[in-house]
Design a protein around this ligand. Structure first.
Ligand code: ADP
Ligand code: MG
Ligand code: ZN
Length: 621
């Protein structure tokens, strides 16, 4: 019964228990005393004494508060009570008048009535409520296993139009995805328009893209735009302890959806249940396979023209079972990619609406510096900027806040307590300037935005933020080579200045190798292998693992090629730095002293006429 919808009669069980308890309490404290007091007359003490004196009182019972008595006159009896007074002579007086005192409390009402009120009615209420409740539950069980009420019941959340409050306007960028989804919303609003032409909507659409790009957000926006019920459930919620329960949940979900049609069913992270079924024969997958089979069956089973549309989201489309993707099931794929420059700016603007910002904030600059960030990361950047403003006691976030928070989100928090020795700082300065100088001297490379040597929690000692002036999706061979040269530039500077090497270049080495390998094995950028793919990429949205697809001999040759390629670029970087050693010293000195150098400062120093060659070549070397 984990329902979220507002339908009456589907409230949680405890609500009914509370109602019953309240009824019983009311009966006991209000109704019963009311009925009792109707028959009992309250008199004052003197009236009572008068009655005793005149011999009209026949029975008396005393409790701590009241004196109850029966008055008999002219053949009729009346039940009365009076507030008990501190009257030591009362017993004597009653004795004199010959009133019986042993009598029980005067019968205020019939035994029968009190029996009904205090026992029969409450029990009847319990029994009726119990019956009604169990009928309700059975009704929505949908043929699931009868005895166990909480199993096999889908806990999909049902949203109605207004409840998510998220609209397409809240999703920035992602125009293609929005367009495709708008069509589905339109179909649900007036299916006749489509039926007239004979077009039928795809039964299912699959949102695919890297994590944090707004897939879940888009689905919620569909719910907000479409004025139809929206069932939302995550793939992991189908995973159950007992075999068969997941399948029962799927059945129940689709049964509910069919009743509510037209409606939308959204299954988030569908790869949890939709993984490829393999023939390896391990028994452990039984439950998952059954669930998947049930899903496939249900998707075939329902009538597409009834207006049930199934949305699903995943960041691992390649791991999905092919049966899910065939026509008639999730035959429409909606790519939700990382945002481009404009998209990033829009996303920043959407989220910045929620915080106070200075007028001078330039979103285009921030978007430029946050290349490759996903929507979720951008949302995080905005929030970090606001947090920073609060920390510094300002009323609004400034450009500096945003720039700092980009670094925080992308490179980890600034570590204030981690100090580098001066020697280390010097090495890091030369290393980072080495990267930047090599990048700047190669015409095709992007200029740097900012370099800092303040250590980050992520482990990087220095950090060079590169900015691509324009987004580009095609990279030429030269550009890739220059990139590799830039990666090797840090190490090259260390060698040139200190004649020794450090461990600081491990990440550079990794990246340079990856790029060089991809150039040869995937992009066909070597003479020897021409356009033959040596690797297959799987999991393109989650890091892109590559699997070699060639013979061992070829692998050896490929490794050789990679080494040659990187070495050539390394030599090129060394050459560039040797030629510009004056600038290298100048820039590294600046960075060492200021700990941070912006792109503008960097270019100013680089473009300035060469200063006199400084003699203070580091003595430590
Ligand atoms: P996923 O693709 O992993 O499902 P989500 O939809 O959960 O990503 O996105 C997480 C958060 O990131 C959202 O709640 C939203 O704040 C932000 N976000 C992601 N993409 C966008 C976008 N295109 N526009 C606005 N905000 C976005
Ligand atoms: Mg998600
Ligand atoms: Zn480096």
């Amino acid at each position: 019964m984990k329902f979220d919808n507002k339908e009456p009669g589907k409230r949680p069980l405890y609500v009914y228990y509370i109602i019953v308890a309240v009824i019983i309490v009311l009966l006991n404290f209000l109704v019963l005393p009311l009925m009792q007091s109707r028959n009992i007359k309250t008199t004052d003490y003197s009236t009572f004494l008068e009655g005793v004196r005149r011999g009209l009182v026949t029975e008396v019972t005393v409790d701590s508060d009241y004196v109850y008595y029966v008055v008999r006159s002219e053949g009729r009896e009346a039940y009365c009570r009076t507030v008990r007074m501190d009257d030591p002579e009362l017993v004597d007086r009653l004795d004199e008048a010959g009133v019986s005192m042993e009598g029980t409390a005067p019968q205020r009402q019939s035994i029968f009535l009190s029996l009904i009120l205090s026992y029969v009615i409450p029990i009847a209420i319990f029994v009726l409520l119990g019956r009604w409740l169990s009928k309700k539950m059975m009704g929505s069980m949908g043929g699931g296993p009868g005895g166990m009420m909480s199993f096999g019941k889908s806990n999909a959340k049902v949203y109605v139009k207004s409840s998510t409050g998220i609209k397409f306007a809240d999703v920035a960028g992602e125009d293609e995805a929005k367009e495709l989804l708008t069509e589905i919303v339109d179909y649900l609003h007036n299916p006749q328009k489509y039926a007239e032409i004979g077009a039928s909507m795809p039964k299912g659409a699959l949102l695919v893209g890297p994590p944090g790009t707004g897939k879940t957000l888009l689905a919620k926006a569909v719910a907000g735009e479409a004025e139809v019920p929206f069932f939302s459930i995550s793939g992991s919620e189908f995973v159950e302890m007992f075999v068969g329960m997941g399948a029962a949940k799927v059945r129940d979900l689709f049964k509910q959806a069919n009743e509510k049609a037209p409606c939308i069913v959204f299954i988030d992270e569908i790869d949890t249940i939709g993984k490829k079924r393999d023939g390896s024969g391990f028994a452990g997958n039984d439950e998952r396979e059954q669930t998947l089979n049930q899903l496939l069956t249900e998707m075939d089973g329902f009538d597409g023209s009834k207006g049930v549309v199934i949305l699903a989201a995943t960041n691992r489309p390649d791991s999905l079972d092919p049966a899910l993707l065939r026509p008639g099931r999730f035959d429409r794929r909606i790519p939700v990619e990382l945002p481009d420059l404009l998209g990033r700016e829009e996303i920043l603007r959407v989220h910045a609406k929620k915080i106070k910002i200075a007028d001078s904030v330039r979103f285009d600059e921030i978007a430029k510096a946050a290349a490759g960030a996903s929507g979720a990361e951008l949302a995080n950047i905005v929030n970090e900027a606001a947090l920073r403003a609060v920390r510094d006691g300002r009323k609004f976030a400034t450009q500096a806040d945003f720039e700092e928070s980009i670094e925080v989100v992308i490179a980890g928090y600034q570590k204030k307590n981690r100090v580098l020795s001066n020697k280390e700082k010097l090495i890091v300065s030369y290393h980072e300037i080495g990267h930047a100088l090599v990048a700047a001297k190669q015409t095709n490379s992007a200029p740097v935005h900012k370099i800092t040597i303040i250590p980050r929690t992520s482990g990087a000692l220095g950090y060079t933020m590169q900015v691509d002036e324009q987004e580009h999706f095609l990279m030429s061979k030269e550009e890739l080579e220059n990139k590799i040269a830039t990666f090797t530039g840090g190490r090259a500077a260390e060698e040139l200045i200190f004649h020794s090497i450090t461990t600081g270049a491990s990440n550079d080495i990794e990246q340079a190798t990856k790029l060089a390998r991809a150039m040869i094995s995937r992009y066909g950028m070597s003479d020897e292998f021409d356009m033959v793919a040596m690797e297959n990429v799987s999991n393109q949205y989650l890091g892109g693992d590559a699997a070699l697809a060639c013979s061992f001999e070829t692998q050896t040759r490929l490794d050789d090629k990679v080494v040659q390629l990187v070495r050539r670029q390394h030599e090129k970087a060394q050459h560039i730095l040797e030629e510009n050693i004056g600038k290298l010293h100048e820039l590294a000195k600046y960075l060492y002293e200021h700990e941070t150098i912006t792109g503008e400062e960097f270019m100013k120093i680089l473009d300035a006429p060469a200063a006199v060659l400084p003699e203070n070549v580091p003595a430590e070397a």
